[in-house]
Design a protein around this ligand. Structure first.
Ligand SMILES: [Zn+2]
Length: 59
């Protein structure tokens, strides 16, 4: 996964910066509590495809 690409990606919901979670292969938006999946090294920047983090999960 290209880290330069991650730097230009923003959350489609709040337009905020994302955190790359290497282990989970997800891009995390902390304010929205949404984790966008990375499929075949391509980030899926769709709210419908994102995983909604449970309140118990640390972000
Ligand atoms: Zn967001």
């Amino acid at each position: 996964m290209d880290t330069k690409l991650i730097q230009i990606l923003v959350c489609p919901v709040c337009k905020g910066p994302l955190v790359y979670k290497k282990m989970e292969r997800e891009l995390l938006c902390k304010p929205c509590r949404l984790a966008y999946p990375i499929k075949d090294d391509i980030p899926v920047m769709l709210e419908d495809e994102a995983r909604r983090l449970p309140d118990t999960e640390e972000v």
